[in-house]
Every structure is written in structure tokens, then in C-alpha cells.
Design a protein around this ligand. Structure first.
Ligand code: EPU
Length: 425
């Protein structure tokens, strides 16, 4: 079987209603947190995406029964605690595998996790994850590219978890998952405030953990002896929602998004409104988007939550390609996350990269072309560009998109896009 690609005939206005899937980036650490639980965990609304399947495979190797149900529920139970090793084979496919480190160390007192290498969006070090484990009392050693960690009993402590680009999402998740079973109180300063971190804290609390401050930069965790299982619903995927908002805007369309919380997307929505897109809350989880004919340019700087998410930088760039004037986009989380720039230029965009900044000179239209996806969010930007372009766009390597979007082409087709998944010869 060849590699899949999308063929998109641009210029169709999107209209209708879409349900946003559960958040991949909330599901991953919560699945890993099941390692900590003595009882059964049932998660609802787990998206059917490649990254979730990679982690399920890793968790099975680590002795968990992971069962998927057709209604997007997932049941996880620890069966055997012997294996504590996350092999390079899986970690290299998915960096988020690093989030088994904290739970293994806290529950099984040892962990061996391959160090993830670089990836298409930059270096992505894990030094803060390792520092958090050391501060909690673990002994760490680098053995053949793996981090080998041991701790008879983790002990609560105060830690500052800021790096050169601010807070760390999975680093905070790892520290929190380790601290819930530590002896005494842990205070994490400069904790990530992302809704996915809050979802993890809520899950852990439902299992019996004692956590306060979630959603703020100061997390306080009082260790407990053990955690039970629980039933938990994963929050809606704010990045999928944001991508669909851009899809409505770039096609001059009108979409209603269900399972979408506006309070998870305020910085992005603020930018969309400045561009001229109408975004209105219908109720707590329903949002309506309609686009003005003329798009205004805006300047955008990515930041940790509640700032503008880096995971929507590529998508807003695709939209701003068609604005009436010049926009400046600055990446302050991953300064090298610009693989989509050259591909968008192949479609007639006028983008110029200067260090961590891209100057977007708006053009009247984009033109269909064969382009190549390089990472998850870059692929989404190319799909958006294809939806608006004149003619046919072929986006190859959509396996990048499949890592984080659940059957995205079906969702788009259901609201009027002309998009097909095909196999290369
Ligand atoms: N950083 C360090 N040291 C560390 C960890 C991070 O210097 O030990 C730096 C990173 O290099 C980066 C910044 O801190 O410059 C923030 O990275 P963070 O640790 O927050 O990223 P992450 O937790 O590895 C998650 C998401 C990413 C998303 C980022 C930022 C998951 C599974 N991944 O990664 O999602 O871009 O937070 O919001 O939750 C995606 O879904 O496409 C994706 C890449």
C-alpha cells in the first residue's frame, strides 16, 4: 500500500455543523497516568488518531490492558508491573512517550525511557522533565541513549519549571504525575496552565490525588498513598476547533462547532475577530463562525496558554496569506516551527522568514499545487490553503495529519469541502 495523500479542489464554501473530537494532547498524558491507578480507568471521547494508538501500544508493553470501544471509550487496567522500559522504537515515533517517565517512577520506582531525538519542529529538549524527577529525589543516569531512573520513594519538594521559552506542558504533566504519589507536598512554580494540564489534574483528582492550583502557574500537590481508577471524559480538542474555525474563515463559510469551549481559545479568537471573522458563542460548548469577505492583516505572537497557541500558528498563517495587507507572525515557543512556509509559497503565498518571524504579505488568491506535509500542524495549514486555492492541491504525507486529527477529510467533506484521500502508486 502506498502513502496516502489528499486531493483537494479548492473554492468550496464550508457550511454546516461539526463535532470537535476529544483532545489528543489531553488524552495522551491521561492515558499515561493510568499507570498510577490501582483500579480500572475508563476514558470517554478518546480520539481515534495515530498518536493515541502509538501510546496504547507502549502502555500494553508496559503491562496495561488497553481496550478500545467503538463509542470512543477506552478502558485501561494495569495487569503486570514488571516492565518499566519505553523502547526507542516507540519513543522515536512519538515524543509524548516521555510522559510515562513520571508515572513509572512514582508507581514502580524505576523507569527506563529512551531519550527522544530532534523532530521537524525543532530540538525539543526534555531537560526540565529530568530536572523535575531529580528534584523529587530520583537518581538518573544516561545509558545507551536511555534515561534510567530509580527512586525508592519520591519526596515532595518546591520546584521552578520554567525554561528559556516559558513553561513546559508535558514537563508539568510529568512532574505532577510523579508528585501525586510522593511523600509530602510538592509545589510547582511556573507550571503550564494549558487546559490539557487542567484536564490531567482533574483526572488525577477523581482518582484520589490531592491537587490545587490547576490552571494557574502554581500547582500544589499533596502526595497520597495510592490512586484508584475513575471514569473521565476528555475535553474537546481546542486545536482541532481552531483549525476548523480557520477552515470556515478561509472559505468564506459558516460553521457551527459542537464540543468547543471558547474559553480555551480566547487569544486565537481575539486574533480571528481582528481579522474580521465573526466568532459567537451559542452555548457553553457550541460556537458559530462566519467570515467577512475581506480579511484584515494582524500581528501574531505565539506564547504558552493563555496566549496564542503555537499549535495554531501554521493555520493562522494560511489564513493571513489572503489578508488585505501585511501581517507579522512570531514564534516564541518553537522558533524553528516554520516548515510550512516554503510549501505555502509554492501555492502563491508571499512569505518571508526572518529568524523566528515570518512576514506575510497578503495575496488575492492561492493556487493549487502539489505540496508536502512535514509535521502535524503544518499539514493542517496546507489543507486549509488547499480548501481556498484555485484548482487542485495535492497534500502528500498526510500521515502527519493523521497523528492528531480524526478523519479530518470526512469532517470537511460533510460540510461541503471537495477533498479525497488517495493512495500513491
Ligand atoms: N522545553 C525545554 N525543556 C524541556 C521541555 C520543553 O526547553 O524539558 C522547551 C521546548 O523546546 C519548547 C518549550 O519549552 O520551546 C515548550 O515546550 P513544551 O514542553 O511545552 O512542549 P511539549 O509538552 O513537549 C506539548 C504538545 C505540543 C505543543 C506544545 C506547546 C503534547 C503531546 N504536545 O508539547 O503539541 O506544541 O506542548 O504547546 O501535548 C502538536 O500537537 O502538534 C504538538 C506539537
Amino acid at each position: 500500500m502506498g502513502l496516502a495523500y489528499f486531493e483537494i479542489s479548492g473554492g468550496k464554501r464550508l457550511r454546516g455543523s461539526v463535532r470537535v473530537s476529544g483532545a489528543k494532547n489531553a488524552a495522551l498524558p491521561i492515558m499515561a497516568a493510568s499507570i498510577l491507578c490501582d483500579g480500572e480507568v475508563v476514558l470517554h471521547d478518546v480520539p481515534d488518531v495515530a498518536d493515541v494508538n502509538f501510546l496504547a501500544e507502549l502502555l500494553r508493553k508496559l503491562g496495561l490492558d488497553v481496550e478500545r470501544r467503538p463509542d470512543r471509550a477506552m478502558r485501561l487496567v494495569v495487569r503486570d508491573e514488571m516492565n518499566c522500559k519505553a523502547e526507542y522504537d516507540i519513543v522515536r515515533k512519538m515524543r509524548a512517550s516521555i510522559c510515562v517517565l513520571g508515572p513509572l517512577l512514582a508507581k514502580r520506582h524505576r523507569a527506563q525511557v529512551a531519550l527522544p531525538g530532534g523532530c521537524a519542529i525543532g530540538d525539543r529538549p526534555v531537560d526540565l522533565h529530568l530536572r523535575a524527577m531529580e528534584l523529587l529525589g530520583a537518581d538518573l543516569e544516561l545509558v545507551g541513549g536511555d534515561i534510567s531512573a530509580k527512586a525508592k520513594q519520591l519526596v515532595g519538594t518546591e520546584m521552578f519549571l520554567g525554561g528559556p521559552f516559558g513553561s513546559t506542558v508535558l514537563g508539568t504533566a510529568n512532574a505532577m504525575m510523579a508528585a501525586v504519589l510522593a511523600q509530602g507536598v510538592t509545589v510547582i512554580e511556573m507550571a503550564a496552565c494549558e487546559p490539557e494540564v487542567v484536564d490531567l489534574a482533574n483526572f488525577l483528582s477523581a482518582c484520589g490525588a490531592n491537587i490545587t492550583g490547576q490552571g494557574s502557574p502554581r500547582l500544589v500537590i499533596e502526595g497520597v498513598k495510592s490512586l484508584k481508577g475513575c471514569e473521565h471524559r476528555i475535553i474537546g480538542d481546542r486545536i482541532e476547533a481552531g483549525t476548523l474555525m480557520a477552515a470556515a474563515a478561509i472559505t468564506n463559510g459558516e460553521l457551527t462547532l459542537e464540543n468547543c469551549r471558547l474559553d480555551h481559545l480566547m487569544a486565537y479568537v481575539d486574533k480571528l475577530r481582528a481579522v474580521g471573522v465573526q466568532v459567537e458563542r451559542r452555548d457553553a460548548s457550541t460556537v458559530q463562525i462566519a467570515s467577512a469577505r475581506r480579511l484584515e492583516p494582524v500581528d501574531v505572537t505565539t506564547q504558552p496558554f493563555p496566549g496564542m497557541p503555537t499549535d495554531l500558528q501554521a493555520q493562522i498563517m494560511a489564513l493571513l496569506c489572503l489578508a488585505d495587507g501585511n501581517s507579522i507572525i512570531t514564534e516564541k515557543v518553537y522558533p524553528d516551527r516554520f516548515m510550512h512556509v516554503a510549501e505555502l509559497n509554492r501555492m502563491g503565498a508571499h512569505l518571508r522568514k526572518e529568524g523566528p518571524t515570518v512576514i506575510v504579505q497578503g495575496v488575492k488568491r492561492l493556487i493549487g499545487a502539489p505540496v508536502m506535509a512535514s509535521d502535524l500542524r503544518a499539514s493542517a495549514a496546507l489543507v486549509l490553503a488547499g480548501l481556498s486555492a484555485r484548482g487542485v492541491t495535492r497534500v502528500s504525507r498526510v500521515y502527519h495529519l493523521d497523528r492528531g486529527y480524526e478523519r479530518f477529510e470526512d469532517k470537511l467533506r460533510a460540510v461541503g469541502a471537495e477533498i479525497e484521500r488517495k493512495e500513491e502508486d
